[in-house]
Design a protein around this ligand. Structure first.
Ligand SMILES: [Zn+2]
Length: 371
């Protein structure tokens, strides 16, 4: 087991600002983790990630297991060296992708049996294999294998998923032998009593951090923050709380307001590649013809390379011409926007004005679409 520490430095209502210490340095919370699915945040270098303000990245076990394989990465010195990222890395368990992306999935107490999307080969992703992969990658934060049913789901289905998630969490703790630490994942869907049971069972095992899983998997968007917040309240105050797979900027603000500390989402990077850009004036669709002759910056309040060196007209041109530079600049911008939002929330918590910040942000043009 590796080293990990977490300290809450300031609280403002339920919102918290903290610092987490990992084997590869610190990261500040509230933290947003850019998603580097295949060991890369698509299109940008790790130096550019740093400039955008990232201090921890997430990578996907499922993809790296299939290609190039965890043994290959292990032989080459682990994922940090492989992808040239010296900061903390969190990896997911692979279960979500094995379940949602793979062909012919069969799930039972052993794990997820699936066919590779690359060559059709059959694999069993068990708790033990997930731990073996994440240990070989050298992840600082290792997620346990959990079962995350799509919502809506009948209560019985959610209950089974909680029981299996606890059993798998135990098996993960028993089998993990690597340089990182494990986070447990609370399941239970929309049933708060099941979430309570899940949180209690995981705390009995004892983890240095806890994730709120099974949100943003089909329930109405306006329920996400509420479920996350009520689950956060079931978790220890001195451990980080990670809301998995969420979300829009306003979701992050509402979740921080309810005591969540860590986030990841493909939204800023995936949207960037689709030409949807987050700005202080709302979401911008860079494809729109109105930008064709627009010499102004994408977001005058942003200090990223895309906003300080180029015009909307040029960014639109790059996108319409399908130029790689467009994808790169848009990714840099969207990540800069998200990571700046996290820093602004952190500052507001330290200054005891988070509620005012939240109200101001939620009524600002940033949460809408630019007219
Ligand atoms: Zn920018």
């Amino acid at each position: 087991m590796g080293t990990f520490g977490f300290k809450v430095e300031a609280v403002d209502g339920p919102a918290r600002a903290g610092v987490a210490r990992s084997g590869h340095g610190d990261f500040l919370t509230p933290a947003f983790m850019p998603v580097g699915t295949a060991g890369t945040v698509k299109g940008i270098t790790t130096a550019e990630l740093r400039v955008a303000g990232a201090d921890i990245v997430l990578s996907n076990t499922y993809h790296l297991f299939l290609r190039p394989g965890h043994r290959v990465i292990g032989e080459l010195g682990g994922l940090h060296r492989f992808m040239n990222w010296s900061g903390p890395i969190l990896t997911d368990s692979g279960g979500f992708q094995a379940f949602s992306m793979a062909d012919r999935v069969k799930m039972d107490d052993r794990g997820f049996e699936f066919s590779s999307i690359l060559d059709g080969s059959r694999h069993l992703l068990s708790p033990e294999l997930s731990m073996e992969i994440q240990a070989a990658l050298g992840s600082d934060i290792v997620m346990v294998l959990d079962e995350c049913p799509a919502l809506p789901a009948p209560r019985k289905r959610l209950e089974e998923a909680v029981a299996r998630t606890t059993a798998w969490a135990r098996r993960c703790v028993e089998s993990y032998d690597g340089p990182g630490v494990l986070f447990g994942i609370v399941q239970g869907g929309t049933c708060m009593d099941l979430r309570e049971r899940s949180a209690a069972e995981l705390q009995e095992i004892g983890f240095p951090g806890y994730a709120v899983g099974g949100v943003a998997v089909g329930e109405p968007e306006d329920q996400i923050a509420g479920i996350a917040g009520r689950t956060a309240a079931l978790l220890p105050e001195d451990k980080p709380r990670y809301l998995m797979g969420v979300g829009r900027p306003q979701d992050l603000v509402e979740a921080v307001a309810r005591g969540l500390d860590m986030f990841d989402c493909v939204m800023p990077t995936r949207n960037a590649r689709n030409g949807t850009l987050f700005t202080s004036r709302g979401k911008v669709n860079i494809k729109r013809a109105g930008h064709q002759r627009d010499p102004s910056p994408l977001d005058p309040e942003c200090d990223c390379e895309a906003c300080t060196k180029y015009s909307r007209a040029y960014l639109r041109h790059l996108f319409m011409s399908n130029e790689i530079l467009g994808h790169r600049l848009h990714t840099i911008h969207n990540l800069t926007f998200y990571l700046r939002l996290m820093r602004r929330m952190r500052a507001a918590i330290f200054e005891g004005r988070f509620e005012a910040f939240r109200r101001e942000f939620m009524s600002s043009p940033a949460v809408g679409v630019e007219p």
